[in-house]
Design a protein around this ligand. Structure first.
Ligand SMILES: NC(=O)c1ccc[n+]([C@@H]2O[C@H](COP(=O)([O-])OP(=O)(O)OC[C@H]3O[C@@H](n4cnc5c(N)ncnc54)[C@H](OP(=O)(O)O)[C@@H]3O)[C@@H](O)[C@H]2O)c1
Length: 305
């Protein structure tokens, strides 16, 4: 496993993070095993959100920390807030109370990184700034970032918020890579040339913001894995070819493709399968050649004009 520096300047974090959106129904034995094996494999970054499993995911994770408090110092815990049923809410009251509830469920005293989950269309950035100051001063949150935000939305927040915003969690996978392909199709009259994110990739590189690709093994809007899916036969054929060449599995290769991006992204993998976590940890150590990276890019149907 490789490690990178992100917003937590003094804490190297595993280049692959584990997303905890799917752990809500794990038994005590399963979650203890998941966390301990993940740490042994080198993963030290766990991503949560207040809404995952209606709070159950944080609660199950917190149970493991209660049973073995020594785990807490071995990991970085990130969580998110701002989504409510039928609306988004970045009010100071909601942000602060959401963190308090997450801390309770996670059975810990501080959140290492707090992300604003999705842009609240009614946001008052001055209120976000007040919430962040309060959470930082009380020691409840160490660092802050965003998720699903455009460059302009981040700039607006930065006008008010004094803390660094150095993480942006965004949807990205081999088959969901418009963020990447738009960069090769500037001013071209094809679908890849349509930029939907304000060139967020370039912006994050310029501002040293770490992109955390979410659902890196899914297609559509979390519609299922694209690997072994006949809709993506052409892409999967090349992924398998490359996986064999580099002696990793298809799952590993799909993550290695993201890790090859030079800005050092931190994919957030949601697998709860220990064997798959092993495959991904192994693949995180390989270096895909530029030629092979482009072969997968083209097989996924993206264009080079
Ligand atoms: N910021 C946001 O708006 C946002 C939105 C969604 C998610 N997230 C974050 O991103 C994390 C990852 O999301 P995700 O869980 O959708 O990610 P993912 O890693 O793309 O998908 C994981 C799911 O795909 C299955 N899977 C993976 N490879 C497979 C294969 N080769 N064959 C069959 N099944 C396979 C896994 O099953 P197994 O468990 O059996 O491996 C698991 O159910 C979440 O936990 C969350 O932390 C953030």
């Amino acid at each position: 496993m490789k490690y990178i520096k992100t917003v937590l300047k003094h804490t190297p974090v595993s280049q692959v993070a584990l997303g905890c959106m799917r752990i809500g129904s794990m038994t005590e034995h399963q979650i203890d095993m998941y966390i301990n094996t993940a740490l042994e494999l080198g993963y030290n970054y766990f991503d949560h959100a207040d809404i995952y499993g209606g709070g159950k995911c944080e609660e199950v994770f917190g149970g493991a920390l209660k049973r073995d408090p020594s785990l807490r110092d071995k990991m970085v815990i990130q969580t998110k807030c701002g989504i409510k049923k039928g609306m988004y809410d970045f009010s100071k009251e909601h942000i602060v109370s959401s963190v308090d509830q997450s801390l309770k469920r996670l059975s810990c005293e501080k959140i290492d990184v707090l992300l604003l989950h999705r842009p609240d269309l009614l946001m008052d950035p001055a209120e976000v700034a007040e919430a962040f100051d309060e959470l930082e001063q009380s020691g409840k949150v160490v660092a802050f970032g965003v998720s699903n935000h455009s460059p302009m939305q981040i700039e607006l927040l930065k006008k008010y918020v004094k803390q660094d915003l150095k993480i942006n969690q965004l949807q990205l996978s081999v088959v969901n890579a418009g963020m990447i392909s738009s960069g090769a199709n500037v001013n071209i009259d094809n679908t890849d040339g349509v930029n939907r994110d304000g060139y967020v990739r370039d912006y994050c590189r310029i501002k040293d913001i770490t992109i955390q690709p979410w659902s890196p093994l899914q297609h559509g809007f979390i519609e299922g894995p694209f690997l072994n899916n006949p809709i993506f036969d052409k892409t999967n054929k090349i992924i398998t070819e490359m996986a064999e060449k580099y002696d990793v599995t298809d799952t590993g290769m799909a993550i290695a493709w993201l890790l090859r991006l030079p800005e050092k992204m931190q994919p957030v993998v949601g697998s709860t399968n220990i064997d798959r976590l092993k495959q991904i940890a192994k693949a995180s150590d390989i270096e895909l050649s530029a030629e092979d990276w482009y072969k997968i890019y083209l097989a996924a149907g993206y264009k080079l004009p």
